[in-house]
Write a protein that binds this ligand. Sequence first.
Ligand SMILES: Cc1cc2nc3c(=O)[nH]c(=O)nc-3n(C[C@H](O)[C@H](O)[C@H](O)COP(=O)(O)O)c2cc1C
Length: 372
Amino acid sequence: MAPSPDLMLSIEDIKIAGSKKLPLMAREFYNSGSTTQVTVTENSTAYNKYRIRPRVLVDVSNLDLTLTLFDQTLSFPLGLSPTGIQAMAHPDGELATSRACARRNIPMAVSSFCTYPIEDITHASKTINPIPHAMQLYTLRDRDLQKQIIQRAESAGCKAIFLTADSPVLGVRYNEQRNDFRTPAGLSWPMMGVTSEAIQSQTHDAGFVATNSDAHSWAREIPWLRSVTRMQIWIKGVLTAEDVLLAREYGCEGVIVSNHGGRQLDGVVPTIDALPECVKAAGGKLRVHIDGGIRTGADMFKALALGAECCWIGRPTLWGLAYDGEQGVTRVLDILYDEFKRCMQLTGCRTLADISPAALAIIRTDGPVARL
Ligand SMILES: Cc1cc2nc3c(=O)[nH]c(=O)nc-3n(C[C@H](O)[C@H](O)[C@H](O)COP(=O)(O)O)c2cc1C
């Protein structure tokens, strides 16, 4: 039996409870990053060098946490990043995640390596609350298959494509090699058109190489995407001002500052440290969101103070699913909502627009805490 939700007070609690329920192969696949795990760790610890500068005696009895995205008003600035193979964490997989997002009115991005068809995933939320979904895409060797995924996503009601740009090849993941990671028998990737038997027959890395194109480029992908869909085009996996400028030039609607949760190149910049230059380069011309290592409402607050419009989380969804399916994911969302709301109240911020760099200080190695 799952521990009482009353005792699940933090994302760390859910990580521990959820991880305990997973077999080693799944747990390490979900929780690890690439090679030495520096980036997976630093994505979270990098938040600690910021301290919050709260304002006091502000009337915070009436807060507005809402965000308008994809023409919908959402509860608070959080979304669920695309993470593959969710049915390995809980049999209901992406359906449970979609329902939890619907109950808490936040957006969901769906991995191309989802274990349910996109039609079923968007349908799962519709009867509760039609939240926006985004379809995550890799650049595939098979353009017809890529087009098929896009068309199915659009017909299923998705609002955006999240083109994952940081993965011409997979990062070096020791856990996958040591555990000979394979998606468990019985699970398939319906959007990729891959059966359970076919998945079983090769390693995760070999399967990725076989389907994914490393010959991608801005000029090859973005105009083609525009020609086949009316959905918004976002670039996921951007870490530099240079690439934000290219996303602007190519007319993308948004970028997600992301390093794939430390699963691609180890030793890249933690996302919270990449954020300021990306926000500056965006110049208000396209939306800038962030994921990677966000585990508390205070982390969300810091990311917004540094200019992100919205935060996204990856692994906490998987831990919530493993802990208790839809209820587990809902619990993750409730924890972050409550922590973020209280952080706003305790800093004297009544709206998201009140959260600015003035709310942060940075710990410097050469002296006292400094204002930004
Ligand atoms: C198990 C797992 C699977 C993932 N699968 C995908 C994927 O299919 N496509 C993608 O763009 N990102 C994928 N990601 C990366 C997430 O979208 C996200 O960028 C990352 O998890 C955010 O960091 P966090 O887990 O520290 O919150 C995956 C991450 C994990 C942990």
